[in-house]
Design a binder for this molecule. Sequence first.
Ligand SMILES: Nc1ncnc2c1ncn2[C@@H]1O[C@H](COP(=O)(O)OP(=O)(O)OC[C@H]2O[C@@H]([n+]3cccc(C(=O)O)c3)[C@H](O)[C@@H]2O)[C@@H](O)[C@H]1O
Ligand SMILES: Nc1ncnc2c1ncn2[C@@H]1O[C@H](COP(=O)(O)OP(=O)(O)OP(=O)(O)O)[C@@H](O)[C@H]1O
Length: 261
Amino acid sequence: MDLGKERLSQLAADLEKWCQDRMAVIGSDQAVIGISGGKDSSVVAALAVRVCGKDQVTGVLMPYGDQADIDVARALCRHLGIRHHEIDIAPAGQALTAAVEEAVGPMSRQASLNLPPRVRMAVLYAVAQTLGGVVWNTSNLSEDWVGYATIYGDTAGAFSPLATLTTDEVIQLGRLFGLPDRFVEKPPADGLTGKTDEDVLGFSYADLNRYIRTGVCEDPAVKAQIDHLHRASRFKFKPIEMFHSGLPIVADDIAGIYKND
Ligand SMILES: Nc1ncnc2c1ncn2[C@@H]1O[C@H](COP(=O)(O)OP(=O)(O)OC[C@H]2O[C@@H]([n+]3cccc(C(=O)O)c3)[C@H](O)[C@@H]2O)[C@@H](O)[C@H]1O
Ligand SMILES: Nc1ncnc2c1ncn2[C@@H]1O[C@H](COP(=O)(O)OP(=O)(O)OP(=O)(O)O)[C@@H](O)[C@H]1O
């Protein structure tokens, strides 16, 4: 939805404070962000610069071999003045694929699509732990709503600043942060299938975002598809289910995680 100037400024201020608090609780001042050159990672990186300062933000560019638009990711890091590292994940992806295929036979197409996001997650955590930093998640509400994300891949991170903002709201935030159009206007694509998200999903983000914010979806088939994808993907955003043994837990359950026992 169009947030308008005042609401957008308030939202940005609240978001910055929230991220600051998260970092304080974690006890780190170093943000580590996977930079694809798309709007989500660009906006999260710009946000991290506002919260932590540019010297405390590390961008990680992780092409799978050649990445045609890697210059956009490099330009974003230059624009924000953040340090960045480039790590080609193709050798790791190919080695993992070969090992899995040797054991179980040809990897399914869906498994192949989800492997790079999981390798990126492993790289980001390795970089973050090495630098004493934390991984900032870059997912937005629109993609998460329909589960268009890889569990334990791009769903990972210490916290998710854009989790309740639709794609159009993320763009408004990017503009407020002063990001040039080329960093916020690229049509979202997974970079793996050669198709845009909208081609793969079969509906537009405009329709999805309108449905999320107003409950209105004019095409019943699109509404049914969105509802189906939403229901089928909720598992990606819930804590892992735990078997409750009924055995006593007597120590202080400070985080309240075992309270069903
Ligand atoms: N109910 C349930 N409870 C717990 N686990 C459940 C489950 N149902 C399936 N699973 C597990 O989850 C797996 C399926 O989930 P997952 O591995 O995430 O994969 P899946 O949902 O099949 O695919 C994710 C889609 O998102 C696309 N993607 C990923 C990353 C970024 C972007 C982007 O453009 O932004 C797009 C990707 O190309 C792919 O089409 C199953 O193989 C199964 O192991
Ligand atoms: N080539 C890459 N290099 C570095 N990080 C990447 C790369 N591709 C994806 N990522 C990370 O994974 C996240 C999800 O990537 P995806 O390609 O699915 O695009 P997206 O969800 O539309 O996000 P964005 O708008 O940032 O591209 C990105 O926001 C980024 O943090």
